[in-house]
Design a protein. Structure first.
Length: 259
């Protein structure tokens, strides 16, 4: 409990320093549905949407506070699961840094936001209900479960990408085979394209677990390729992370304003 409370306070303090602002080879940036495998109640004095709501009891005691659409930010990987990596840069750290900024930006606009990881730990460790030896499967099930326990309107999963071709770069947003998911993905992709100066289209994330099993409109935002030197430098720069976070937040807000 103290880990989450401390992290949440640190996030709120850091808000004062935050200034709002072709074919793709998908690597290890997100979880595939075909992979063999890769929450309990936490009492909090904070407003419910400031903390990860991690089980049904916490939701049932606080869901009345969510009058606005609820956005679930799914922070990719964490703890023992570092995600993809290149030249010492770990995907899990990039995902967390950008997700925290998106979280604060959306909260500053009055949106109800839940983030499922506030520190460097694996969500599989909090899954005590799934009888599986696979850490990866427990992690995925935990992420899906939170989207069901909370009255979530959209799910935005944030990752970094990797490709065997070091020249491949830029943001890629993956969507479900569903119209609202496509529109959400397109909205975020357009905002990210403006930032990067790219012209990518969205991609159907057919093999990815989250996009297959989450019932709400969901997308996976691959913020850039760690395998590309320019993207890696950009992803590692806190100022650029803020710009990416602003673009993602802008895309989410635009979607919610028109759908």
């Amino acid at each position: 409990m103290y880990k989450l409370l401390t992290a949440s306070v640190a996030l709120l303090i850091s808000f004062h320093c935050l200034t709002p602002l072709p074919h793709v080879a998908h690597g290890q940036g997100a979880y595939r549905a075909g992979s063999p495998s890769s929450e309990h109640a936490i009492p909090s004095p904070f407003h419910p949407s400031m903390m990860p709501v991690t089980d049904g009891d916490a939701y049932r005691s606080s869901h009345h506070a969510f009058a606005a659409p609820v956005i679930l930010l799914d922070v990719g990987h964490g703890g023992i699961d570092g995600g993809t990596t290149a030249h010492g840069v770990l995907e899990k750290d990039i995902n967390l840094a950008i997700s925290q900024k998106v979280y604060l930006l959306l909260r500053s606009k009055g949106y109800a936001v839940i983030i499922n990881r506030l520190g460097d730990y694996a969500l599989s460790d909090e899954n005590r209900w799934l009888n599986s030896r696979s850490r990866h499967r427990r992690d995925l099930a935990q992420r899906k479960s939170l989207s069901e326990e909370v009255s979530t309107d959209i799910v935005v999963s944030i990752h970094a990408n990797w490709s065997p071709r070091s020249t491949t770069y830029g943001p890629v947003v993956l969507h479900q085979k569903e119209g609202r998911s496509y529109l959400l993905a397109q909205s975020i992709q357009d905002a990210m394209n403006d930032l990067y100066g790219t012209g990518r289209g969205v991609v159907w994330g057919k093999p990815f677990y989250l996009l297959n099993y989450v019932k709400q409109p969901a997308v996976i935002v691959e913020t850039g390729f760690l395998s590309n030197a320019a993207d890696r430098a950009r992803l590692s720069d806190p100022a650029e992370q803020k710009r990416m976070a602003q673009s993602i937040a802008n895309g989410i807000i635009y979607y919610l304003s028109v759908v």
